[in-house]
Design a protein around this ligand. Sequence first.
Ligand SMILES: [Zn+2]
Length: 290
Amino acid sequence: MVEIEYDKEAPVWLGQWLTDEEINERYTSILQANAKSYSMRLKRMVLTFSKFSLRATLDQFHPVWQLKDGEWCCRCDCGSPRGCVHTYLATFLFKLVCQKEGWQLPSAAQLSVPQSNSTQTPAKPASDARPQQLSFFENEPATGTSTPVRPVPKKRYSLVCEADFTSNRYGVILRFFRVEDGYRYPMLMSAVRLLGAEFERVEAQKMEPTAIWPEKDKEFIKWLYPKMMELNFTQLGNRELFLTPKDFWRWMDRWSQEPGRIVEHNSQKGMETLDIGVPKGLAVRLFDHG
Ligand SMILES: [Zn+2]
């Protein structure tokens, strides 16, 4: 079992640490789930606390959380431009440590976590400087302990798929967006694939889904999943998917009956409402020779 190594003394900034809500605002439930499953493959997890920072070593990566002017900012050497699995994992592991040690987190005030039976107090002088170790997920609810977990309201997402006929003269560019609170967030193909995998897993194992998606979107994403499995590494890192005209019309054969399933980029109208003006078969030929 992988153990978390951590400094024995509670950090001085404990009372200013991020609340669960703040963490959930920064990281989607999908990223959180990915991070937790990724963590199962890690061989080394270390947390160290300094006066203004939380540093982690997660195998070869080193996420850092730093308190600057009362604000927590994070960075990581994995190169991910936005919040990555490592910076999230640092918060998750830190929370596990706090639960284990009975260190009172700001958000834990309403949680009424029962103090662990150990008599340790946060300010106990570190007479023994050896780092503590915590068996990974020891305190996780799934392992049968009784730590109460406040239910986090599930996020509601939906999916937009848009087809762009003007950017590439050889075919159709598709883009996928996760919609949250009316905002669109472009998705990497790897994210579309992960979502397909998650839906499959939730269904197969009758698990609780981590977020709420419309049934129609789930159906579409599950249909996309095998197609995403065929993409190579470079394609998975893109936010655009190129389809030949033939392939595109094959997609449309399946989805054109569903209103708004695929919207046209410039008009943002559902493909089924567009007057394409030529029969599908002819359009294929026009594209091919275009
Ligand atoms: Zn990272």
